[in-house]
Design a protein around this ligand. Structure first.
Ligand code: GDP
Length: 271
């Protein structure tokens, strides 16, 4: 684990800390590398390896306004400064995911989380990549479940009564250029249903082992995602723990060189 920690240390040492930051997370193959390449355009392009987290500095396109710039003219130097941000890429492979959790636990200037999914790989019966028996939907939902649970715990474990400030989460439904892609509202519904299933499966496993129950043998509410873990999970339930989830479609490649306007708009609203 040492080299990985070292990477994290190096990142901490070198990344400019003053800029607002967004975490880019998602299953492998969702399009994270492609998105970074697209957003980097016009910025000096750093070398990219899939092993270490990478942060790139991005400037909002001139037709998107940062919320903090609403009343500033575009030539105001403050306006230009306010439209810059860091996008922190995290490798999508299972073993490396703790990078993402480490960032979640100690967010520095974290303005939001962008969870990228392949909207064309969310049918529940499609076989997963490389012959694994888990579908793209299950993988996407399990990963997202864990991120949301980490955010929920950060809120419920907060020492102050106020709790951490709002954490906006954008579920960026990618590859909308493909005709097999689900539209954003269906991506939302599919992920909510599958997260409900993931939660139930985990709950059963934990309850069978006696973990996740209080002294009276009841379910420990804080260990389950959303509303005490009963019934159907919806992203709206996350608002109670100050996590605002939005689902927006786009495509990084294809069409006229990508369509990510709705994602830019969401980023601008958080700045
Ligand atoms: P990562 O594993 O999340 O970094 O995903 P990559 O950026 O490597 O993308 C995986 C594959 O999906 C590559 O072949 C990309 O060209 C492709 N891809 C990424 N975004 C899109 C998109 O919007 N539309 C289509 N059709 N393909 C995409």
């Amino acid at each position: 684990a040492l080299p990985l920690l070292l990477h994290l240390y190096i990142y901490r040492k070198t990344a400019p800390t003053s800029l607002p930051a967004f975490l880019l997370i998602g299953p492998s193959g969702a399009g994270k590398t492609s998105l970074l390449t697209l957003l980097e355009r016009g910025n000096p392009s750093p070398t990219h390896t899939s092993q270490a987290p990478l942060s790139v500095e991005v400037t909002l396109p001139s037709d998107t306004t940062a919320a903090s710039n609403k009343y500033r003219s575009a030539s105001d130097p403050t306006a230009q400064k306010n439209s810059r941000f860091l996008l922190i890429d995290t490798p999508g492979h299972g073993k490396l995911r703790h990078f993402a959790s480490a960032q979640l636990v100690a967010p520095q200037n974290l303005k939001g989380i962008i969870y990228l999914v392949d909207a064309a790989n969310l049918s529940s019966d499609s076989a997963g990549v490389s012959g694994s028996n888990s579908s793209g939907l299950t993988e996407a939902a399990e990963y997202l479940h864990d991120i949301l649970l980490a955010l929920q715990k950060r809120y419920t474990n907060a020492k102050t009564s106020k709790g951490p400030r709002e954490t906006p989460v954008l579920i960026a439904a990618n590859k909308m250029d493909l005709f097999t892609a689900l539209p954003a509202p269906l991506v939302k519904a599919a992920l909510e249903a599958e997260i409900t299933r993931v939660r139930d499966t985990r709950a059963k496993g934990l309850l069978d082992s006696g973990i996740g129950m209080d002294e009276d043998g009841d379910r420990e509410e804080k260990d389950w995602l959303g509303d005490g873990g009963e019934g159907k999970f919806t992203f709206k339930q996350m608002e109670e723990v100050n996590v605002m989830v939005e689902v927006k479609g786009g495509n990084v490649v294809g069409g006229q060189g990508g369509e990510v306007g709705e994602w830019w708009e969401w980023i601008g609203r958080q700045l």
